[in-house]
Design a protein around this ligand. Sequence first.
Ligand SMILES: CC(C)(COP(=O)(O)OP(=O)(O)OC[C@H]1O[C@@H](n2cnc3c(N)ncnc32)[C@H](O)[C@@H]1OP(=O)(O)O)[C@@H](O)C(=O)NCCC(=O)NCCSC(=O)C[C@](C)(O)C(=O)O
Ligand SMILES: [Mg+2]
Length: 366
Amino acid sequence: MRPARDFFAPLAVGAPPPLREIPARPSRAIHFFDPSNEKMAGKVPGMVGTVDVLLGNLEDAVKAANKEAAREGLVRIARDTAGLGGEGAATQLWTRVNALDSPWVLDDLTRLVTAAGDRLDVIMVPKVQGAEDIHYVDRLLAQLEAKAGLERPLMVHAILETARGMANVEEICGASPRMQGLSLGPADLAADRRMKTTRVGGGHPGYLVRQDPADGSAEAIAAPRTSYQQDLWHYTIARMVDACAMHGISAYYGPFGDIADTVACEDQFRNAFLLGCVGAWSLHPKQVEIAHRVFSPSPEDVAHARRVVAAMGDGTGAVMLDGKMEDDASLKQCLVMVELSEQLAAADPALAERYAAAQAEQEASA
Ligand SMILES: CC(C)(COP(=O)(O)OP(=O)(O)OC[C@H]1O[C@@H](n2cnc3c(N)ncnc32)[C@H](O)[C@@H]1OP(=O)(O)O)[C@@H](O)C(=O)NCCC(=O)NCCSC(=O)C[C@](C)(O)C(=O)O
Ligand SMILES: [Mg+2]
């Protein structure tokens, strides 16, 4: 057993001390690209400053024959792209390494950390099953950081894509001070759970509830009745959000594979935002704008939240605002919104302007 006082001790001689708190940086869209795909990789420099996170993907969706080219391509991009990755960069640089049972992951970690570790912010680990997977990566990263002389520890993000990973979600979040967050991996998770879907994220028209029949007659049962499609991922996301909140780390939706259906993508992202997630993945350039918009609280909501904060004075007691009761607990919800808006506005001048305009409009109408 590791004693509590050693939780924040470096796991290798010469490795940087682990962070006490995960820095709150905007990560509304984690944009995936394949560094071995020249056309896609060529778009990366132009995306710096326009997307919160660029992620060089080395795992699924990269052909086995291209694994080494992807790894080397990512090292080149990390070294050569101004403003990408590292302390204070306009856009964070993350990677998704290959799975821990694959023949590639040891070289992925060794090469990336020693050749470009100072430019990488977060390492996403797929198919995490339990704390033991995080412990393995934790120690290895410490050894590599010491070897590379890094001064800033790398953070780790786990993808939940197995039933075992879901069952162990709390211990995964608390396995290391490196833990930055979790994402839902809906395709692998569906397969592992033996769900009967064939999509990457999103709903399914067969997963629904139907209005009761008017009576028990055969005619009423056969008559058209309203049905409502349900969210297949509600339980999983809510569970993931609780585990992350308990450990002070961030939850993310993951991918939405129907690139053409921008409307359903927005709906799924918004559900995740409302339930407590801070971002989602973008697989195609057109999903970046959706994620940035959906995971930024709306200017109207922020202006309203500020009114509640002002009306609550010292933060105790109950007041009436627009016919609604506000008290200590609604104040806390409003503070979540205000703090997130301030954090995002600090890095997004266009959003800051929209917040200021909504605030001015609200003050003018008061
Ligand atoms: C879906 C695909 C095949 C459509 O690719 P396309 O070329 O057919 O699309 P397009 O609409 O024709 O592309 C328009 C332009 O955008 C470019 N482009 C297109 N995508 C990107 C991109 N991401 N980043 C930068 N540029 C991009 C593309 O090269 C093209 O450039 P051009 O106008 O100069 O010809 C392509 O977008 C793609 O490969 N995206 C990434 C897919 C990916 O990373 N998948 C893995 C994550 S999901 C997952 O792993 C599951 C999970 C979590 O593990 C689990 O649930 O279990
Ligand atoms: Mg997967």
